[in-house]
Design a protein around this ligand. Structure first.
Ligand code: NAD
Length: 260
């Protein structure tokens, strides 16, 4: 599906581009005529995906926790395509499922480093480049239903995803006068590799898919359904939207827990 306004000919950086949601966004943006820089630590997957895209693209092995890697993504985009218009700050990890008394400081810090520091570094690099280009630009952060709701078994993850809403709101307020829009998508449950390390654990992948069957739409989402929201928010069709978090969660966030 193509046809969103203002995407054709643009240049985008997508982090976590090898993963379920990132790869779907990369494909969707490429179908819209966007030249994409695919960034991920999984070099083999992004190289293969980049080679399969309909619009010219490139890839870079980049760890979003690392300042110089994040700057390197922008440098590559400018070298190869001359500018950067769009960012999808999407790389993330689920981390430990341990409940509060059992969590270690290392487990907590590990998730915050990727999911919060990574988004901060990506936003900063984006804003520096937008300024160098004379303003304008759009960013989408992948938040989560865990940005809005809590459960006992994903504490570092949920904390990190609440924190990115702080980055979102601050960046949107700062960016508005500069013509920069910053929004977030909050997926519910999408079966990806995010919980691959814990397929059978409570709160793990299989459990998440079971939980998805209790949402109003009675199913998990797909990467393509999240990518549609990201592409829309990055496009001119979302020109008056900034600082917003769009849920794509099958209605999960709408459910009251005190009434069935
Ligand atoms: P995924 O595991 O398929 O993809 C995540 C990608 O991020 C992987 O390709 C991984 O290599 C990459 N990555 C991890 N750490 C990195 C780092 N330090 N630097 C660069 N790349 C790194 O998972 P996904 O479901 O596609 O997740 C994408 C985003 O969506 C994440 O931010 C996640 O929190 C969010 N999200 C996912 C779900 C879901 O149910 N799958 C729900 C809500 C939010």
């Amino acid at each position: 599906m193509t046809g969103l306004h203002g995407l054709d000919g643009k240049v985008a950086i997508v982090t976590g581009a090898a993963g379920g949601i990132g790869a779907a966004t990369v494909r969707r943006l490429s179908e819209e005529g966007v030249q994409v820089v695919l960034a991920d630590t999984d070099e083999e997957s992004i190289r293969a995906l980049s080679a399969s895209l309909p619009t010219p693209s490139t890839w870079i092995r980049a760890d979003v926790r690392d300042e110089s890697d994040v700057t390197g993504c922008v440098d590559l985009a400018v070298r190869r395509f001359g500018r950067v218009d769009l960012h999808h700050l999407n790389a993330g990890i689920a981390g430990s499922l341990a409940v509060l008394p059992d969590l270690t400081v290392e487990e907590f810090d590990q998730v915050m480093a990727v999911n919060v520091r990574g988004v901060f570094l990506g936003l900063r690099a984006a804003f520096r480049q937008f300024a160098a280009q004379g303003g304008g630009g759009a960013v989408v952060i992948t938040a989560s239903i865990g940005s809005l709701r809590g459960s006992a078994d994903l504490l570092p993850y949920q904390t990190s995803k609440h924190a990115v809403l702080g980055l979102l709101h601050g960046a949107a307020v700062y960016g508005g006068p500069l013509g920069v829009r910053v929004n977030a998508v909050a997926p519910g449950i999408v079966p990806t590799e995010l919980f691959a390390a814990t397929p059978d654990a409570p709160g793990g992948r299989d459990d998440m898919v079971t939980r998805a069957a209790t949402t109003p739409l009675r199913r998990a989402g797909t990467g393509d359904e999240i990518a549609s929201v990201v592409a829309f928010l990055l496009s001119d069709d979302a020109g008056y939207i900034t600082g917003e978090t769009v849920s794509a969660d099958g209605g999960a966030a709408a459910v009251s827990t005190v009434r069935p």
